[in-house]
Design a protein around this ligand. Structure first.
Ligand code: UT7
Length: 325
């Protein structure tokens, strides 16, 4: 994916978070849990939850429109929606998202890689732009986990949140390379398919948290190392590490093994919880808003999740201002 004809450049970044915030104390009022347990074990203090009438498509369309606005565009060649929580099993969510954005007629499809969905989508978008198939691809990570989380299961109900984030990837771009997606790498391990799953015939998600945690750390470290090596960076050259926000302790463990100081690790899990495919673009926007990402910074994105799946991307941060819906 590094030897294509064209450069693929990240040019826009948008988000949509539902208005309603649910705090740990709110959850502790109805579940056998506490703010102290949740915050110390996960780093999460609050998460956003969509109203029952708000679907994944609505969140995705709002984030997608925000990303187009951030890039100063009104259209794109492809809308790619990464989600674990489509509003319907069939058809895909993306055509509805494109139409909601006023882009009826635009190619649109869903991608299912659970928490790695955004990085998988970014990889596909990069490859299609590099190959010349598309001049611009909108990659949206959108989730409404409140639809599949068992409200009575304290081991998952405290973890997940709703939201959407999106980037626009375009052909060409800055001569200095700012915004260039340099390399991506992806992997999977189906032996772990039962560790994060909605079992057949059931409504709710089940997660073997401890086992997932144990597998996540080495997989993320390996993936981040491989993508950095592919573009000639030592782990110490990484200016910002933006990992999937599943658990603050996982991010800290990965950073330690990569020898990265804490200030280079982006973490917004405290405010939004684990938003699966939306997690990395939401973290990028959070960091960009706070001046934690400067144009030209060497950024590594690394995700891990259900499937099991994982993946990383190495890119140079663009001169981009996030737009929030
Ligand atoms: O996003 C996709 C990838 N997902 C992940 O990467 C998730 C990775 N896993 C994790 O982040 C952690 O495993 C969790 C945060 C899910 C759980 O933390 P843990 O430290 O692994 O806890 P545990 O599941 O081993 O449970 C420890 C104890 C248990 O009690 P006993 O058996 O020691 O008496 C649980 O019943 O904590 C109990 N527990 C809770 N207590 C209070 C589990 N959930 C809760 C809760 N509040 N919400």
């Amino acid at each position: 994916m590094s030897d294509g004809t064209y450069t693929a450049t990240l040019t826009g970044l948008g988000t949509c978070l539902p208005a309603r915030t649910v705090t740990n104390d709110d959850l502790a009022r109805r579940l056998d849990t506490s703010h102290a347990w949740i915050h110390s074990r996960t780093g999460i203090a609050r998460r956003r939850v969509a109203d029952p009438g708000t679907g994944t498509a609505e969140l995705a369309a709002a984030a997608g429109s925000a990303a187009l606005a951030s890039a100063g565009r009104t259209s794109c060649d492809l809308v790619l929606v990464a989600t674990t929580t489509p509003d319907r099993a069939c058809p895909a969510t993306a055509p509805r998202v494109a139409t909601a954005m006023g882009l009826t007629g635009t190619a649109a499809f869903d991608l299912s890689a659970v928490c790695s969905g955004f990085v998988y989508g970014l990889s596909v978008a990069t490859a299609m732009v590099r190959a010349g198939t598309c001049a611009s691809v909108l990659v949206v990570g959108a989730e409404r986990y409140s639809a599949i989380v068992d409200p009575e299961d304290r081991s998952t109900a405290v973890i997940f949140g709703d939201g959407a984030g999106a980037v626009l990837v375009e052909r060409g771009g800055d001569p200095a390379g700012r915004g260039a997606v340099l390399h991506t790498e992806l992997g999977s391990d189906g032996t772990g398919e039962d560790l994060i799953t909605v079992p057949p015939g059931e409504r709710y998600l089940r997660m073997e948290g401890r086992e997932v945690y144990t597998r996540a750390v080495p997989a993320m470290v390996g993936s981040a190392r491989r993508v950095a090596e592919a573009v000639g960076w030592l782990p110490g050259d990484i200016d910002a590490f933006v990992g999937h926000q599943a658990n603050l302790r996982i991010l800290e463990a990965v950073a330690k093994r990569l020898d990265l100081p804490p200030e280079r690790v982006v973490a917004n899990i405290e405010d939004v919880g684990n938003t699966a495919a939306a997690s990395i673009p939401l973290a990028l926007a959070w960091a960009a808003d706070r001046g934690r990402l400067a144009p030209g910074d060497r950024v590594v994105l690394t995700a891990f999740g259900g499937g099991l799946t994982w993946g990383s991307a190495a890119l140079l941060w663009p001169d981009v201002r996030p737009v929030h819906h």
